[in-house]
Write a protein that binds this ligand. Structure first.
Ligand code: ADP
Ligand code: MG
Length: 717
């Protein structure tokens, strides 16, 4: 049997005997494991002195600073709890600008000097850490000679324990800053933006006549798409191993044309994996809720219940890590790349977003009373205004090399940011604009008899999967995130720009209410003006269509197709102004981010190009030459004539790629020029090599072909 067939057979033989490894039945009451590895409020209540617990809770509920004199007591309780759970080490867990998480483990044990050691963990160690951490990207904020970076405890995201077969680790979520106080991570700006939005929304609620809410939280519920493939194939593909995506591979005869995978029944091995992942996440307090097959073969989705943005973003990082770890228990590898397989749908992440008060009101939920509906329209108008005004910045917040393959293709939202409201809600805004707020009959709709307001939709209404930003009944779904992304940056942007729009509309509302104008009239006026100014961003049609690209241009909407097009918006003067006003990121912090992201883009493409060139030269070219030699030996001239030119084409394209990717031929020093060069010269050169190589895959003898094929990787489960 040829080598490749042997692999396929081995891959297919994996069996979990029908059950997840060691998975308890969560429907049994005795098996409740939710948050068992979290230093949760209930653990805190049982272990902390009463006054310490109360102070901590106030911090969590109101976002107030914690009185640090209480830190020793918290540290003591946290350590005892963690050690009972088998933890030997603790870490300040943080999120540098690499987009992943970082941990530096410290042992609880300190030597006593008498040949013994005692377990220690002080309040100081809980509150602040000073990892060397000099190798994280800072975009010029920190020269390495003054490389001190500090981690600072974030009490609003609960500490948790990561188990592994060799012990356990107490993880303390922290922020990461330079010694001059600048943010070096993704958490700090997110927390600052949540604060900005809360202040703005509380101010607006007061104008709207609600002074009961003390804090408004932004909420996030991410739907995560991913692929699972047998690990045997993964380790046979240097491109997957090094870059996370396949740089070669002809389209299989079957893709998702039959739609036989989407929401299909979940294969046993995959279900076993999902259950184990859910179990691990449950222990960490991540409220995983739904699972299903996605559109592409071997593609799946997982979604938790929404949480406040900070905890949700932390949980999302944990989720991606756990998903990848657990896969290996089942002989699988979990791919989180945005486009692991060319020609097959890629993976995204849908960022469901809303705002909720500490009194439990979702500000984007159409309500049961005329007043609630006025409030809803007000906040909804603010989101529309923000998204229209800062469409380019939103686009920039989700830019990455992986996303360049996905956005704008016929599978993911276009690179044009627009909002889908659904025809019902769009009709409501139109009616307000035209002054046609026809009287709804008493009791006819939501039981309302308001003379001013047209009926509001009860349910989410229709759906539009081609929209990057869609209203879905009681939240907006920002659907353009990449599958491997941290939630922090897009949510930071969203919170900040919406805070500004809320402030703007609230001050207009206050002005409109001067004199004796009713709230209803004043809100209608403010909403109407904002709608007229910003409705160009509303689009309910097919976002994939050519016609929309044309129309969007006529409307003056941006179409930033690639990462180098989008990233400069991070330092545009409008961005600098709004981030400065809301104290979310300073100009310097924005510039550093811009530099880091542009450089990451270039470096990633550089790695891809080198990997592609190396596979092409050392694996694909030799296979093609061997095949050609066999044909030559056979004496069949027609066959030689058919194949020889393709082999030469490959060599030609390969040489061009190697040349384009030579360090000496690339602009250095300026990250944005470097990024543009990689996009304009290196990416097309890679595509050229791939195009020939994929043709060869269909010609060269199967037993000579060095890489597992799409038809194997995507279908053998
Ligand atoms: P669909 O596939 O129809 O979009 P899912 O159930 O897969 O729906 O995902 C919806 C996501 O939206 C879930 O993560 C859910 O928790 C989240 N969500 C629901 N309400 C809110 C809200 N108020 N704020 C943020 N996210 C929310
Ligand atoms: Mg969705």
């Amino acid at each position: 049997m040829p080598r490749t067939r042997q692999q396929n057979v081995t891959a297919a033989q994996w069996s979990a005997n029908g059950s997840a490894l060691g998975s308890p039945d969560l429907t049994q009451p005795g098996n409740q494991i939710f948050a068992s590895n979290v230093f949760s409020p209930s653990v805190q209540r049982s272990r902390l002195p009463k006054h310490v617990y109360k102070a901590l809770q106030r911090t969590l509920e109101r976002g107030e600073a914690l009185d640090m004199t209480l830190a020793d007591a918290v540290a003591q309780a946290m350590k005892d709890w963690a050690m009972e759970k088998g933890a030997t080490h603790f870490t300040h867990w943080f999120q540098p600008l690499t987009g992943s998480t970082a941990e530096k483990h410290d042992s609880f044990y300190a030597p006593t000097g008498e040949g013994t050691a005692i377990a220690e963990f002080s309040g100081k160690e809980l509150i602040q850490g000073e990892p060397d951490a000099s190798s994280f990207p800072t975009g010029g904020i920190r020269a390495t000679f003054e490389a001190r970076g500090y981690t600072a405890w974030d009490p609003t995201s609960p500490a948790f324990i990561l188990e592994n077969p060799n012990g356990a680790l107490l993880c303390i979520p922290t922020a990461f800053t330079s010694w001059t106080g600048e943010a070096l991570d993704h958490k700090i700006p997110l927390l600052r933006s949540m604060d900005a939005l809360s202040k703005a929304a509380i101010g607006a609620l007061e104008v709207l006549g609600d002074d009961t809410a003390k804090r408004v939280f932004t909420t996030v519920g991410p739907e995560q798409e991913y692929f699972l493939i047998d690990e045997q194939y993964y380790f046979e593909r240097p491109d997957l191993l090094i870059t996370g995506r396949t740089l070669f591979g002809a389209k299989p005869p079957k893709g998702h044309e039959l739609d036989d995978h989407y929401f299909g029944s979940i294969p046993e091995r995959i279900l076993a994996y999902m259950m184990d992942t859910e179990r691990e996440l449950a222990k960490l307090g991540v409220p995983v809720k739904t699972r299903h097959n996605e559109v592409a073969p071997n593609q799946y989705e997982l979604a938790p219940i929404f949480e406040n943005s900070n905890v949700g973003a932390d949980h999302q990082q944990i989720t991606m890590q756990v998903m990848q770890n657990v896969a290996r228990r089942y002989g699988l590898v979990c791919l989180l790349h945005e486009k692991p397989f060319a020609g097959v749908n890629g993976s995204g992440k849908h960022n469901n977003w809303s705002m909720g008060t500490n009194t439990g009101i979702n500000l984007l939920e159409p309500g049961d009373t005329p007043h609630e509906n006025l409030q809803f329209l007000f906040f909804c108008a603010a989101v529309i205004q923000a998204v229209n005004k800062y469409q380019e910045l939103l686009r920039a917040s989700i830019a990455s090399p992986g996303q360049d393959h996905r956005l704008g293709a016929n599978e993911a939202p276009p690179a044009i940011i627009s909002i889908f409201l659904g025809s019902e809600l769009e009709g409501v805004f139109d009616a307000i604009e035209e002054g046609k707020t026809k009287e709804s009959k008493p009791g006819s709709f939501l039981g309302l008899g308001t003379p001013v307001l047209p009926p509001l939709p009860l349910h989410g209404g229709d759906r539009n999967r081609t929209s990057p930003f869609a209203f879905t009944g009681n939240k907006f779904e920002f659907r353009a995130l990449g599958s491997s992304m941290s939630l922090a940056m897009p949510n930071t942007v969203l919170n900040t720009i919406v805070a500004e729009a809320i402030d703007d509309l609230a001050s207009k509302l206050a002005a409109a209410m001067k004199g004796n104008t009713s709230l209803e009239k004043a809100v209608t006026k403010v909403v109407k003006e904002s709608w007229t100014e910003n409705k160009r961003v509303i689009f309910g049609g097919d976002g994939y269509s050519e016609a929309w690209h044309k129309e969007a241009e006529e409307r003056g909407l941006a179409n930033l197709k690639t990462t180098p097009d989008a990233l400069p918006w991070l330092i545009d003067k409008t961005t600098v102004a709004v981030f400065k006003k809301y104290k979310v990121l300073s100009k310097r912090e924005l510039e550093s981010r811009y530099e880091v992201f542009a450089e990451q883009y270039a470096v990633k493409l550089n790695i891809e190009a080198e990997t592609a060139a190396s596979i092409a030269r050392t694996q694909i070219l030799p296979a093609a030459v061997r095949h050609l030699n066999e044909l030559k030996a056979s004496g069949l001239a027609e066959l030689v004539e058919e194949v020889e030119p393709v082999v030469k084409e490959l060599h030609f394209a390969l040489t061009a790629l190697e040349d384009a990717n030579l360090k000496d031929n690339q602009p250095d020093s300026n990250p944005s020029k470097w990024a543009a060069y990689m996009r304009d010269r290196v990416v097309p050169a890679m595509d050229d090599v791939r195009e020939v190589a994929d043709r060869l895959e269909k010609i060269v003898a199967d037993d000579l072909w060095p890489l597992p094929k799409y038809s194997e990787m995507l279908f053998i489960k």
